[in-house]
Design a protein around this ligand. Structure first.
Ligand code: ATP
Ligand code: MG
Length: 326
């Protein structure tokens, strides 16, 4: 198959921008440079971190993942740096930190955007000195790790908002890669669909009807590759020989029906704000529907009116009501 299938990691992509990212990743993987992977949830940041480690010269050494969002702030320091006996009331034994466990290998700091500001300075000190001291310790020892970090948002924004230290940002941002969301590389969708179908049904060939594939292609995949993987895992379990649109989850199935998708999108925006009253929700909904319809029609009012199944005059009344036109 004409896809980039990296042995055993199964990193599937046909997309030009992803391929160019992979080419650059190949180049930096062999170096010791710190890599920052930026991308929405489920785009494959962890998979890429594993890939970088795998092709680096540290491949035989450990790759230690630290999920910074899932460790409570008060435990983070001791998890990362370890602690000496007696460092806390219930620290009855010395404990190795995650950085020590990664010694010689790679540390993957996931969700770096969630690291509390008080731990940031300690992290910075460690990156600069590569010397580690346990919490409650008195001596430090050298640690040799390569850093890969991942963030769901552009760290620069956090720096501008003063919640992320600029000096730490520059240390981590040596080689940044922005991984595009799946909706911006739809050409990967059919390849990923077939890949996951084969992965989850290795003994049975499952095909997809053109309509089902179109729905999968049209859907916006807010959860990116992870969401697609989960959908295909479920679908191939229950589907017959050929997957039909009716076998797909509702949100994917309706993605081919533009107006319904627009409604769902608009509703979401309106209903998450609990402070709005009924009238405000309705106005917000209407405003969003009009905006989305205009966006989709490239500003063509007749097309936009049609997509909302409104007459042009009613649509224009609404444009006036919401000050889109005078
Ligand atoms: N290009 C790809 N080819 C095959 N599988 C992929 C690809 N990208 C991601 N996946 C799979 O999708 C799932 C989600 O990927 P991963 O965990 O790397 O995402 P992530 O960016 O780290 O997400 P999060 O921000 O939520 O932690 C994993 O099962 C991964 O193996
Ligand atoms: Mg991840």
């Amino acid at each position: 198959m004409d896809t980039t299938e990296i042995q055993s990691l199964s990193l599937i992509t046909q997309n030009q921008s992803m391929r160019s990212i992979l080419r650059n990743i190949d180049r930096v993987a062999e170096s010791e440079a710190s890599v920052l992977l930026i991308g929405e949830t489920g785009v494959g940041k962890e998979l890429l971190a594993k890939y970088i480690h795998r092709v680096s010269r540290r491949a035989m050494e450990p790759l230690v993942k630290v999920s910074l969002s899932s460790i409570p702030a008060e435990l983070l320091e001791s998890e990362l740096f370890g602690h000496d006996r007696g460092a806390y009331t219930n620290a009855t034994e010395e404990k190795k930190g995650l950085f020590e466990m990664a010694d010689g290998g790679t540390i993957f700091l996931d969700d770096i955007d969630d690291v509390p500001i008080q731990v940031q300075s300690k992290l910075l000190r460690f990156i600069e000195s590569r010397e580690l001291m346990h919490v409650g310790g008195t001596t430090s020892k050298p640690i040799d790790v390569r850093f890969i970090t991942a963030s769901k948002i552009d760290l620069k924004e956090l720096v501008n908002r003063n919640i992320f230290r600029a000096d730490l940002f520059y240390r981590l941002n040596v080689v940044p890669f922005s991984i595009p969301p799946l909706r911006e590389r739809k050409d990967d969708v059919p390849f990923l669909v077939h890949h996951f179908a084969r992965t989850f049904q290795p003994d049975r060939e499952v095909t997809f009807s053109p309509e089902a594939m179109k729905a999968l292609f049209d859907y916006s995949w807010p959860g990116n590759v992870r969401e697609l993987r989960n959908v295909i895992q479920r679908v191939v379990l229950f589907a017959g020989h050929e997957v039909m649109p009716d076998d797909l989850p509702l949100e994917v199935k309706i993605s081919t029906d533009g107006s319904v998708q627009m409604l769902v999108k608009a509703c979401y925006k309106c209903f998450v704000d609990e402070s709005m009253n009924f009238e405000q929700v309705l106005s917000c909904l209407e405003h969003n529907l009009i905006t989305t319809a205009l966006e989709k029609s490239g500003g063509n009012q007749s097309k936009a009116a049609k997509s909302l199944r409104l007459s042009l005059s009613t649509f224009r009344d609404k444009l006036k009501k919401y000050s889109f036109i005078q």
